[in-house]
Design a protein around this ligand. Sequence first.
Ligand SMILES: [Zn+2]
Length: 409
Amino acid sequence: MDATLDGETVGLRCQGGVIAEVGPGVTAHHEDELIDGTGMALVQGLVNAHTHAAMTLFRGFADDLPLMEWLEQHIWPAEARLEPEHVYWGTRLACAEMIRTGTIAFWDMYWHPEAVARAVEDAGLRAVVAVPLIDGSDASTARARAEEALDLVRESGSGRVRAGYAPHALYTVGPDSLRWVAERAEERGATVQIHLSETREEVENCISVHGVRPAFHLDGAGLLGPNTILAHGVWLDEAELELIAERGATVVTNPVANLKLAVGGLFPYLAARRRGVAMGVGTDGPGSNNSLDLFSDLKTFALLQKNAAWDAAAVDAGETLRLGQGDSSPLLRTPALSSGAPADFLLVRTRSPELALGALDAGLVYAASGSIVDTTVVAGRALMRGGNVDDASEAMTRAQECASQIGVR
Ligand SMILES: [Zn+2]
């Protein structure tokens, strides 16, 4: 009650996980649980469109190394020791951080996806939990495992968790498995998440092995459709962007992870926007970012794009915020705050030094970080009130134990 929305003082009532009424003059019913929104603004939550949540366990472990050395010598050996319980608590810790910093939904790709799904259910967020696929030495066994995992994720569902496939990347998944994913995803109505064109080396390898650039290779396997998320896309060229726009796939940029791993390039956002490519923004995993605070990453995104374009007007705060809310992709979009929409929203502190003056969009993108969020509500349930996330303390303790067990602490 009494929060501001688009400059007006409003009330918002939730019932059964959806918004029953919102607007000026909406008042509480006597049985309602009340949240006082005085000094706060109602804002749509953020959608973290690419992450590996459980990698909170690897935060601060083997930092400051090149991507392939980091993966091959440190992360992959440690991941081989992961049990579902470790992934569960790593994901719970990530959920606590995302709730605290204003993310209401995320797109995840990680091992033991059934444990990820359970963690998301328990934490109260929404997520698309993708089952990972790497060919390894036995592609058919890997595919069978992915299929089983998809069933398990689907069984866990309360409606807040959806399942998808995640072929890891073109350098770890061959053309046969890519085609298999395309068929299975189509048949089962599932989404697909894949890393694409993160490094220049990856693009050069794709051309030398398959004779075409990555987006064309993926298209040849039938995977470049409206239900596919392409994470990174740093090295996409104009022809690839045109093809992606035509097929309706979504590219998710991860500006901070790209900077930290020094990929040397920048996602060609302005060219992609010109061609009408669907887009989103993600943090990538906490092993390579290391934060899950998407509000901070939105600032980095906007500044990088402005600077590379030599044009301070290239991207504005409102556009950046909407990108973070999933509005630039049909796959990521969440409904506006209106009656009948899911009751997912944030209350941000406008009575704070960062937001007390000036336009709210600019304040949220350039001045604030996720710490400005006071209340996070998903499906009508307040997961955080007054900056305190339920169960955050247990998640920290258990994740620390898990990190010790797998020898990264
Ligand atoms: Zn990633």
